[in-house]
Design a protein around this ligand. Sequence first.
Ligand code: NAD
Ligand code: GDD
Length: 324
Amino acid sequence: MKTALVCGAGGFIGNHLVKHLKLEGFWVRGVDLKYPEYAETEADDFVIGDLRDPVVCNAIVDRSFDEVYQLAADMGGAGFVFTGENDADIMHNSALINLNILHQLKENGVGKVFYSSSACMYPEYNQLDPSKPVTAEDSAYPAAPDSEYGWEKLFSERLYFAFNRNYGINVRVARFHNIFGEEGTWTGGREKAPAAMCRKVAESGNDGIIEMWGDGEQTRSFLHVNECLEAMRRFMDNDYIGPINIGSEEMVSINQLAAMVMEIASKPLMIKHISGPTGVKGRNSDNTRIREKLGWAPNMSLRAGLERTYPWIAEQVKVAAVES
Ligand code: NAD
Ligand code: GDD
């Protein structure tokens, strides 16, 4: 039986990945500071542990796993990563996790290790025009991410590639573009725009108003988590080591995103634009490389992904209201 270690298995993508790996027949160990919040883990073994601690990393990497997925990070949406208030923790915590894990993989060996970088590592100067953002993989340099979160991701990408060159560690480095879906963070300050819009619409009365940071003309693309898992698994089974974008090319403005959610909810609400952390003016995944290397493109439209996600978040809002 193949074995997998999922770091960050209590998080959004990690918990979905564990389920996926179990369906494929892997024996899975998950590690996280916490259990998944919205579903029971399906991992064979789940360790509550802090990956900033080398002793914990030493204990959980007690064998040569066939596959390791390093998803653990201090992470969130614009309200967490772009305010500046969490910069020191984001850089310190996530860098330590990556340094510790790679050291252990060097000591114990590993079949392959997947690292989840982010589109936030791309230079800000290529994302100033909301209609024509550039995110081809080879446009990363000269480096100029607009957040410390992006700088840490760039550093850690380089770290994985250095361990590949110097110690022969078989790495796969992917750059995720805004991933959303059911059982993702929807409240508390770390939620990303799709979940935030779903929550605000669900919480609002039929004639209400929702607040949105910025003028709403900033653009993004959003990929449903099931599509993300499919791309990750194909990437692991391919010889190409990356970096590679994993995202959607269906670019929308945040105003369009909100309008879509309102349509799904049948709630025609007003939008009040307020100041808030907005990040880059435009971003879209460039999928040229992933199409060429993996023959992969997402199938699920943003609308179809939101049609699955909105009811789940609306249900969470209802349950929270009853409990409060
Ligand atoms: P998430 O926050 O839901 O999951 C990350 C998990 O890491 C959390 O459960 C957290 O508790 C855990 N973690 C943090 N510090 C830890 C520590 N010291 N020890 C052990 N566990 C720790 O985030 P996610 O959306 O599932 O993202 C997974 C990965 O993908 C992250 O590395 C993130 O930066 C990257 N990424 C995600 C997106 C996205 O849109 N979701 C986009 C770009 C990159
Ligand atoms: N989260 C959130 N909440 N965003 C809002 C809101 C709101 O209420 N209102 C408007 N927005 C706007 C943000 O200001 C930003 O311009 C846009 O919606 C997208 O915000 P997020 O989804 O939070 O983040 P992002 O796309 O800028 O960055 C995310 O994706 C990266 C990968 O592409 C983050 O999760 C990063 O951590 C991630 O790496």
